[in-house]
Design a protein. Structure first.
Length: 423
RNA sequence: GGUGAGGUGGCUGAGUGGUCGAAAGCACAUGUUUGCUAAAUAUGCGUAGCCUUAACAGCUACCGAGGGUUCGAAUCCCUCCCUCACCGCCA
């Protein structure tokens, strides 16, 4: 959520910076400005009337104590009360409307975010490793995995539906080994505290991180309890500190959480995403940081480096893409995507998206810290996958496939997996 | 799910209709004093909104949440949430 004061004082600057995103938000900004005036006018009037009523009510109390008749003055105050109700209704309605509008405005792209219109303009920042060469035609993970009995799409479709998968045998074991490998790496080497959160959250948590109200069609909802299945651990973990005022010395907060993620992927059907690449449910280890405004940009670099370390240790070729203003997420101020090479696909797969949200999420969830001067300020929040499991699974299986269809397990993963190869 | 007891400021804890944003204590901050640690003493010490300002100040709201009664609610009524205890059920 953007600061209404900033919008009020620099409307043109705000519009200009939002114009670099995809979508036209100038009309919403104008509506916010108009409703802001309505709201404040009504609020001021209400407060004046409340002040009058408070003063007169006190006088009534004193008069009654002295045994005086107060019926006339009580009638007068009753009139003030009904006016307060009327103007208050107006003020509250404007307040709700203003907040709704503000929740629909995306974050301002950071100055360091490259300007561009679409994904084609995302600059490549760096590349690690090289594409592996094979003296045979590398196979797709669905072919390899199904031949080895690791993954079963038919079973997933049978018990739940399409885009759900059953891992079995060595497939399930590989998934579990990867989860443990990732959590161990981030908690013991990178200083993150492990979190295992609920997978169902209240709507206000999704508002806090930005999925609601605008992207409600992408999350699974349990209407009887008004709870949502998390689309990413970012939601429960960042919201751990919602409505809190942290002490400056607590920062940065660093959490690593493994959770399944649930996404409806509405509108994504038939987009040529075969196999494990786009599922309604997938595992992910998420990294979340809560920082001061001064350190967030440096923390984004270290967060990204922490995620990259995963691929380096597993020996998987990848590249870092920086998202341009036309392609960054709704709440993001600056984002790096990590894309791993999948030989069977002949393409790079996004396995991590590392973003700083500035104070955008913190405002939505009222997450603050007390600075050295004792002032309460909004924190900055960051998160990135460290990493998504299903696509990591794909890259691993496809990269380490052998001519005979077996899969070699990279050195770093062997102690977690408990074997050197599959098949 | 049932019954009972509770939810007040960072913490403890008063307050059952009237100048209560809320006593007191602790913690914290600052000053003073006894040449240090410590003690004593004074002052300050919640969050947000509105209106203003060079700054201060002022006003309004907030005592789990939301409604209601009233001229006036932390205090009375209703609904809900949470915590604790016991019972039932259960991985």
């Amino acid at each position: 959520m953007l600061d209404i004061r900033l919008i009020r004082e620099n409307p043109d600057l705000i519009k200009q910076r939002l114009a670099n995103r995809s979508g036209d938000f100038a009309p919403i900004v104008d509506e916010v400005l108009a409703i802001d005036i309505t709201r404040r006018t009504a609020e001021t009037e209400r407060q004046k009337l409340q002040s009058d009523r408070n003063r007169i009510s006190k006088e009534i109390g004193i008069a009654k104590k002295n045994g005086q008749d107060t019926s006339a003055i009580e009638t007068e105050v009753r009139g003030i009360g009904s006016r307060i109700d009327e103007i208050g209704f107006e003020a509250d309605a404007a307040d709700v409307r203003q907040r709704d509008l503000l929740l629909g405005i995306p974050n301002l792209p950071h100055d360091a975010c490259p300007v561009g219109h679409s994904a084609e303009e995302n600059p490549e920042i760096r590349v690690w490793g090289t594409k592996p060469c094979y003296d045979f035609q590398p196979k797709d993970h669905t072919v390899l995995g199904q031949a080895l009995g690791m993954i079963d799409f038919e079973a997933g479709a049978k018990i739940t539906g399409s885009a759900f998968v059953v891992y079995r045998g060595t497939g399930a074991r590989l998934e579990r080994a990867l989860i443990n490998f990732l959590l161990d790496l981030h908690t013991t080497q990178h200083g993150y505290t492990e979190i295992s959160p609920p997978l169902l959250v209240k709507p206000e948590c999704l508002v806090g991180t930005g999925q609601l109200p605008k992207f409600g069609d992408q999350v699974y909802h349990c209407p009887e309890d008004d709870l949502y299945l998390i689309p990413t651990a970012e939601v429960p973990v960042t919201n751990l500190h919602r409505e809190e005022i942290l002490k400056a010395e607590q920062l940065p907060v660093q959490y690593a959480a493994y959770t399944p993620c649930f996404r409806r992927e509405a509108g994504s059907a038939g987009l040529g995403t075969r196999g494990l690449i786009r599922m309604h449910q997938f595992d992910k280890v998420e990294l979340v940081k809560i920082t001061t405004p001064e350190t967030s940009m440096a923390e984004l670099e270290s967060l990204t480096a922490n995620a990259e370390k995963v691929l380096q240790l597993l020996g998987l070729h990848y590249r870092i893409i920086e998202l341009c203003t036309g392609d960054i997420g709704f709440g993001s101020a600056k984002t790096y995507d990590i894309e791993v090479w999948a030989p069977g696909q002949g393409t790079y797969l996004e396995v991590s998206s590392c973003s700083t949200f500035g104070d955008y999420q913190a405002r939505r969830m009222n997450l603050r810290f007390k600075d050295a001067e004792g002032k309460n300020r909004f924190c900055h929040t960051l998160n990135g996958s460290g990493t998504a499991l299903a696509r990591l699974f794909v890259a691993l299986v496809e990269t380490y496939q052998q001519a005979d269809g077996s899969i070699l397990i990279p050195e770093a993963l062997r102690s977690h997996f408990g074997a050197e190869k599959i098949g």
